[in-house]
Design a protein around this ligand. Structure first.
Ligand SMILES: [Zn+2]
Ligand SMILES: [Zn+2]
Ligand SMILES: [Zn+2]
Length: 757
């Protein structure tokens, strides 16, 4: 007979952990108690406790994430007869975490379509293994009164399940039923009829509204595109199950696992030639973003569209049913989360709004993934993954970071954990900036962190930088590509120097010029620029980033072939003006951006002269590169500067687009591999961190990882956060926290210096 006190840390609240403890205690005839507190779960067990301690971890429920179990012997309590679950004890600072939202579980799905179940067709069915979490939680500890379900008192039947430790809904904080739960404001047959009729319906989801229409209906998809003013960017598509996904696209085992992950991210996969999807869904790009239903309402809408089939077979059988489901927002603004906003902002976009009375507390877009180098990588990390923390190699000071301008996120470091917020988005509108600030405040409140410093981008004019300076904390501006590569050091626990390879769009350098294709020596808070891509002039500044033909003109200018600009870009009214700009050097800031190099190649090959959305030219170029081939002599490396001018010259010579795309990728891979390998050897480094938006390009990321491996180098690939600017705040926070915990603490320090030669 022994008594043990056990402290369990990690993701152990709202995941069915206490019932798990209770069942084990019953099995082994133990006495004692368990309770939720702000550190996680605290329990004491008495009796023959050997098997209990082992099974506590090995048999933990699927949603639990156990970071640590601490044991302490306690004196045996005489005459204890039972094991009890005690009420939560919300004292002391919070160390526990809110769980991410989870897709409807198989048990709930079975009940949803069982006519004998009391939750038959109930759009809010949930249990301890599924349902909303992050998006409905106001604060910790996670209990019904602190969630959006506080407005829905449990009926007696639900209350009995909630109180029964043997029930799947024991302390399921978001459980409810048709008698006591929220209500949908439109009947399913009407929703289905509207979609069948080609209408666009705004449908309330977990983290915001979707705009939904029939993905096979060309007219409906074109109408949505026109009304949303979304000229070229592909739409995501919801399909009922994997079998249906495989009719639409080539879904390999890795992509299938990602699609079926309980977070249900959008997964970008190659579309099949015989797909039934309307052409307007992906607008000529070969890939499509698919996802599987993750709320009971999604399941019910699909069921209604399929003609209300009996039984459960349809939930896994292939069909042709597919719905466009894209974030409902006004251009540049955050996703809409309430019915009033939906009716106001989406007037003229949606034909109908389907709302319900369970509030969305925290906005979260769908997460987006793509299989890169054999495993899923984030394109956008949000619903289903936030706010799960990223484990750091060691304890670090409490620092917050605010990202840059595009794809902004917030990171908060608490101890050995880094919490990266959901995708906030581009900070182009006051509403988006307000969302960034609200996200910061919510995270600090929920995590109960008092930050000692704030990190931001080196660019003084980004709204995130201005917000950082308003917080009244020491400010650490971090160079953009230092942050990109430091994010990999944080994720992979790198302690010590590494080579940072950034292939990215734009980030301000400490020298005041536009950086983007960089080779850095990164060691925590220290960063040294070892090399960069040969600069190209960017005629017209920001316009050059939207109009690849301008970068192509810049390449022609560098090649000494400026006389070809007028003829090649005759369709561009400003072609002659841009040629003169290049000749004079006025409004032609040089940039080492890898993104602009892709633009130049796409422009020279005639693949994309103007981009409808960020990264479009690079995406179209990648899409054409079926294979990668190398142009011998296509590059030069001098004093750390990689110049691909010979390659650009070849692309300007009338090469066919597909051949040119293959040459561009293959030569870039060979060139960058040699460039990085030389720098690694010269600096005695073995690890190369691949950071920046360019590494979502599969051909490039896979080619470089393989190429670096042949030189005995280890390539670090971003898996926990996106390699693009969505992961930047993690790197910024890591740099500032490293500075504070080292001897280099200095407010206002410039985080990246150029190597003097
Ligand atoms: Zn469930
Ligand atoms: Zn009920
Ligand atoms: Zn970037």
């Amino acid at each position: 007979m022994r008594r043990l006190r056990l402290r369990v840390r990690g993701q152990v609240q709202g995941v069915g952990f206490r019932p798990h403890v209770w069942r084990l205690a019953m099995r082994d005839s133990l006495t004692g108690f368990a309770l939720n507190d702000r550190d996680g779960v605290l329990l004491e067990v008495q009796g023959d406790v050997g098997a209990f301690v082992e099974d506590l971890v090995t048999l933990a429920p699927p949603l639990a994430r156990i970071d640590a179990v601490e044991q302490e012997p306690r004196p045996v309590v005489a005459h204890e007869r039972r094991f009890v679950i005690r009420d939560s004890a919300p004292t002391g600072p919070a160390r526990a975490a809110i769980a991410p939202d989870v897709a409807t579980c198989p048990d709930c799905l079975a009940e949803l379509f069982d006519p004998a179940n009391r939750r038959y067709l109930h759009p809010f069915i949930a249990c301890t293994q599924c349902g909303p979490r992050f998006t409905v939680t106001r604060r910790l500890p996670y209990d019904r009164p602190t969630t959006a379900m506080a407005d829905f008192p449990l009926c007696s039947a639900c209350a009995a399940e909630y109180a029964d430790p043997m029930d799947r809904r024991f302390h399921a904080e978001t459980t409810c039923c048709p008698a006591c739960g929220p209500r949908l404001d439109m009947a399913l047959p009407e929703i289905a009829a509207r979609i069948r009729a080609g209408q666009i319906v705004a449908l309330k989801g977990l983290g915001g509204f979707h705009l939904v229409c029939d993905a096979r209906d060309d007219a409906a998809v074109q109408c949505l595109r026109a009304r949303k003013h979304r000229d070229g960017k592909p739409f995501a598509v919801m399909v009922p199950n994997l079998a249906t996904a495989r009719r639409m696209a080539d879904v390999d085992a890795t992509a299938a696992a990602a699609l079926q992950h309980r977070a249900r991210p959008i997964v970008i996969v190659p579309m099949r030639a015989e797909t039934r999807l309307a052409r307007g869904v992906s607008n000529g790009l070969p890939d499509v973003g698919l996802f599987l239903p993750y709320t009971p309402l999604h399941w019910l809408v699909l069921w209604a569209l399929l003609g209300r089939p009996a039984g459960h077979a349809w939930t896994s059988a292939g069909s042709d049913t597919a719905l466009v489901a894209t974030s409902a927002n006004r251009s540049g603004e955050p996703i809409v989360i309430d019915g009033t906003g939906a009716r106001g902002h989406l007037a003229g976009v949606a034909d109908a709004v389907v709302d319900h009375d369970r509030a969305i507390v925290t906005r979260a877009d769908d997460s987006v993934m793509r299989v890169v180098a054999g495993a899923p990588a984030f394109v956008r990390r949000a619903r289903g993954f936030t706010p799960a923390p990223i484990s750091l190699a060691r304890e670090m000071p409490a620092v917050v970071a605010l990202g840059a301008q595009l794809k902004a996120t917030v990171t908060v470091i608490r101890g050995r954990e880094a919490f990266v917020s959901q995708h906030v988005g581009d900070l182009d509108t006051p509403a988006a900036v307000a969302f960034l600030e609200a996200t910061l405040r919510h995270m600090l409140a929920v995590l109960d962190v008092a930050p000692v410093a704030v990190a931001c981008d080196l660019h003084p004019d980004f709204p995130s930088t201005r917000l950082a300076h308003r917080l009244g904390l020491p400010v650490f501006p971090v160079q953009h590509h230092h942050a990109h590569t430091a994010a990999l050091a944080a994720e992979h626990g790198v302690d010590g120097p590494m080579l940072g390879l950034s292939l990215d769009g734009f980030g301000l350098g400490p020298d005041g010029t536009a950086w983007g294709g960089e080779l850095l020596r990164v060691d925590g808070a220290r960063c040294e620029r070892l090399g960069h891509l040969a600069p190209l002039p960017a005629p017209g500044g920001d316009r050059a980033a939207r109009e690849p033909w301008r970068m192509a003109a810049a390449a022609l200018h560098r090649l000494g072939r400026a006389d070809e600009i007028d003829r090649r870009f005759a369709a561009e009214p400003l072609a002659r003006a841009v040629r003169r700009l290049l000749a004079s050097g006025i409004a032609c800031q040089p940039t080492t951006s890898a993104g602009r190099l892709f633009d130049a190649a796409a422009g020279l090959l005639g693949i994309c002269n103007r981009q409808d959305f960020e990264g479009e030219a690079a995406m179209r170029l990648e899409a054409l590169a079926a294979a990668a081939s190398v142009m011998p002599g296509g590059w030069q490396i001098r004093h750390g500067v990689l110049d691909l001018l010979p390659l650009l010259g070849l692309l300007a010579d009338g090469v066919a687009p597909a051949e040119g795309a293959a040459l561009f990728h293959g030569t870039l891979i060979a060139a960058v591999t040699e460039w990085a390998a030389r720098a690694a050897a010269a600096n005695g480094l073995r690890v190369v961190a691949l950071g920046g938006g360019g590494f979502l390009n599969r051909v490039l990321a896979e080619g470089l990882a393989a190429g670096l491996a042949t030189h005995g180098l280890t390539a670090l690939v971003a898996r926990a956060v996106p390699p693009n600017d969505g992961g930047l705040s993690l790197g910024q926070a890591f740099v500032a926290a490293s500075a504070l915990s080292g001897t280099q603490a200095q407010e206002g320090m410039t985080s990246c210096v150029s190597q003097s030669r």
